[in-house]
Design a protein around this ligand. Structure first.
Ligand code: AMP
Length: 215
């Protein structure tokens, strides 16, 4: 299955991508995770992307398109993949069509998680992340076992620069103005499956599987 998980920041794309991986062994390709790793490692790409990400701006199309094209060529994508956070602009969506054609692959579905803005803000402001391994928690909805520390490696949890209140608002606006219109792009291609993204992560995952004909 070749999928896109679509939706605004904090819609739950990462969580559902991990569920899909657990069931179908199709890797999650998160451009945000790949970029954050580059920032942590201080690569050239990371140096360019870091300030843009911290400000809630988008990283240039050429960079993210390059990341995805390289990643899709890896052998673990042979049986499918879940794109998470890409595409975010019309040029990225068009580039994806061209690269999939070159690689002899095609999309099976675009799963769009629908969550009202107030909920996104609530989820976003409570999000805490592990600066070492990238694990994600929520102060109320998904707290770590020991408050403030990562369950996996014990590191002190932090709020990502781009999860601070002012930046959250910018990211949500950016989604509305630059990304949301891609839903029409995929609806026109008969690929869009809209899912209610409010509720328990397990229930939402069941709805995703039903929409994909895999329940
Ligand atoms: P995410 O974890 O998907 O919310 O991404 C975090 C940040 O990485 C975004 O706010 C952007 O700054 C950058 N980013 C991730 N994916 C893309 C993309 N497809 N296009 C442009 N910027 C991106």
């Amino acid at each position: 299955m070749n999928l896109i998980l679509f939706g605004p920041p904090f819609a739950g794309k990462g969580t559902q991508a991990k569920n899909l991986y657990a069931d179908f062994k199709i890797p999650q390709i998160s451009t945000g995770d790949i970029l954050r790793k580059a920032v942590r490692e201080g690569t050239e790409m990371g140096k360019l992307a870091g300030p843009l990400m911290a400000a809630g701006a988008y990283v240039p199309d050429e960079i993210v398109i390059g990341i995805v094209e390289e990643r899709l060529k890896e052998p673990d994508c042979a049986n499918g993949f879940v794109l998470d956070g890409f595409p975010r602009t019309p040029p990225q969506a068009e580039a994806l069509e061209r690269m999939l054609a070159r690689l002899g692959k095609r999309l099976d579905a675009v799963v769009s998680l629908e969550v009202p803005t107030e909920k996104l803000i609530e989820r976003g402001s409570g999000r805490r992340s592990c600066p070492t391994c990238g694990a994600v928690y929520h102060v109320y909805q998904n707290p770590p076992k020991r408050a403030g520390f990562c369950d996996k490696d014990g590191a002190g949890l932090t709020q990502r620069e781009d999860d601070k209140a002012e930046v959250i608002e910018k990211r949500l606006k950016k989604y509305e103005t630059e990304t949301a219109s891609l839903k029409q792009f995929y609806a026109q291609r008969g690929l869009l499956k809209s899912i209610d993204g409010v509720g328990s992560p397990e229930g939402i995952y069941e709805d995703i599987k039903k929409a994909l004909g895999k329940a």
